[in-house]
Design a protein around this ligand. Sequence first.
Ligand code: GDP
Length: 304
Amino acid sequence: LRVVALAGGTGSAKLLRGLSALGVNLTVVTNVGDNVWVHGLYVCPDLDIAMYTLAGLANRKQGWGIEGDTFRTLAQLGRIGEPTWFALGDIDIATQIVRTRMLRDGLTLTSVTERLRKAFQVAQAILPLTDDPVETRILTPAGYVHLQEFWVRDRGQPAVRGVAYRGSSQARFTEKVEKTIKGADRIVLCPANPVTSIGPMLAVPGFSRMLSSAKAKVTALSPMVGSVPFSGLAAKLMRAVGKRPDSVGVAQMYSAFLDSLVIERKDEGVKGEIEELGIKCVPSDTLMEGLSEEKRIAKVLLEA
Ligand code: GDP
């Protein structure tokens, strides 16, 4: 079974672990909207969490970075007077150095990612949605800031007046992504922030249309329980862009292409509203706290 998973960061990684454990032929297509330049290095948090997760190296508890990594370089950067709000571990920095050097040598992000995942002995393909720059910008009372500045530096606290995906209208999804989506037997949207992880992908012209015309069924796992996300700021950002902050809102945001949505069992009451959108709704236990739950939910999604 050829499964394509659209992935963001920490929530998505859990489902990737489950899908990978089921032994399906998995390709991961990741968001690039939260990529960021730090200390002259090009950091791709969503590509890296997918790669570290599939390599069995991810720091599960933290939700980013490498298990057992240390932060001596970061501490020294601080002593030199550099900003340290974006943490990069000593081992993680090696990935960032190599990626940045390869990009400087003229390789595309797709080729760099392919080389890195081979070096990390990851069996599954990992594809950035696009090789073009797309940057998620959050409009706060102080003006537009990069998503990482809003989320990591400012701890998601400023009021949000809008969200923009800078560069998206000129961006093109890669040929590899197109081939993968067209050849898939199943397309799965990982549980992810619909505004900051999936939104930047849907903002790339033609991508939503390609999902809706794919021969494969498209299924998503909702990141919400009632009007609260399992983690992060999905509700705040959905509200900020005028969407209803619950699984119905998620269904509405994906209704152009979604065939089925797995929602939390406690939210069974909204099943009818989701099915009115022409989307099959499957209530289940959707909290993933360990590999057995990750595998079980991956299976529910493939059958939904
Ligand atoms: P980010 O880039 O770190 O924000 O990562 P994602 O967008 O991939 O993941 C965050 C989303 O995953 C949040 O909206 C969470 O509510 C959701 N999430 C986290 N853990 C779980 C879980 O165990 N189950 C489900 N269904 N969603 C989860």
